[in-house]
Design a protein around this ligand. Sequence first.
Ligand code: GLN
Length: 487
Amino acid sequence: MSAEIFHQPIATLAAQLEAKAISAVELTQAVVARTKAVEPRVRAFNSFDEADALTQAAAADARRAAGAARGPLDGIPVGLKDVIAVAGQPLTASSKMLANFVSPYDSTVTTKLRQAGAVMWGRLNCDEFAMGSSTENSAFHPTGNPWDVTRVPGGSSGGSAAALAAGEAIATLGSDTGGSIRQPAALCGVVGMKPTYGLVSRYGLIAYASSLDQIGPFARTVEDAAIVLGAIAGHDERDSTSFKTEIPNYRAELGARRGPWKLGIPKEYFGEGLDPEIAAAVERSIAFYKSQGCEIKEVSLPHTQYCLDTYYIIATAEASSNLARYDGIRYGHRSKNAKDIVDLYFQSRAEGFGAEVKRRIILGTYVLSSGYYDAFYLRAQKVRTLIRRDFLNAFKEVDALITPTSPIPAFKIGEKSDPLAMYLCDIYTIGVNLAGLPAISVPCGFMPSNLPIGLQLIGQPFQEANLLAIAHSYECAHEWSVKHPNL
Ligand code: GLN
């Protein structure tokens, strides 16, 4: 285990905090110092507020001294993607549109993390409005992959993955609409989890595509992901799509649920475009499960080939509607060059949005427009049902599915200039969002070039406890999480 405090998992740090071997202020200071040391190269943050974090940490220490500590997250610095609202802190979505916006309120996940005692630490870079797979669409700056800062960390939650891998936070949150937690987790060698749609409240999350968006944790270990998920999950009356369901103690369930499980290998996920080194790493992971007595079964998800098209119709349609609110009047950027009110809308949006966001708004407006609605949007919704049905049929036979998370490892900053090439990064992750399922990416090895590889496990709706236990059993037998990038 690495000696540096900022590379330790929550579970270890919580025990040290509990034993008073370290204080929350010392831990936060170590994370702040690490951030200052590596941030010029990694650039994972849009902003951070050191004084505010240290005040929160001091409050955690005071609680502990008074015998009122709140559990494993009390005093742990957690970074949030810059689309999740924290009262009094900037909330930019990495867009010029919101460059000067300060959130007047906390999101529900922020409130829940505060209740658990976590220290809100920093605003993490992402693709503008979470649209992208590399964090290069940030209006502010790209983020470097800590394993090779000339490469992307993935996206859209690239800052959340990079900050964690670099030791600039102990855990982070991201949002996942088509893979934005799992793909950057894979590319940065950390655990990233997208919960079932409806498990975690979206109140205070800047909306991209509301029927697909879900907030979830990035963590060093599956156990840490279970801790964070347990803190943020649960019904919220402020999100009408949030589900009323009992939240189990995910951490306690890790050890309680032991296999052997039935695991499905969807044959459509191992085709053209998959890097052979990644395929081999996933094959080794499958062999591991087999050696543990799991039944491995090939399954088919026949509508997989339609996932990308379906996603880019539904996601852009919802985005065009969600982003209509940025009109230069109510909030965000307001053009100084407008001649009249209509021109003010046009100019503010023309100046405030970047190229990819505009592309999505135009596409989304097109597929929703009269005459095209039935041919595109309505048809995509029907195909979405078929895609979900594929997964549910597979789950009649197996407990979870195993696939690669990303077909390729981290690529060079600037390498993918064609939007379609970028969209293909999510080929193994978007089906999960269309079907509303939970999925987790766990590190499963390294490329010969020392870039991390991620394994994706896809679970049944609201069966996060099982999914985490399956991932945990793999992690316990492998030591990937103790390796850290050399920064
Ligand atoms: N890369 C996908 C997109 O650009 C997914 C992004 C996300 O999950 N937020 O839409």
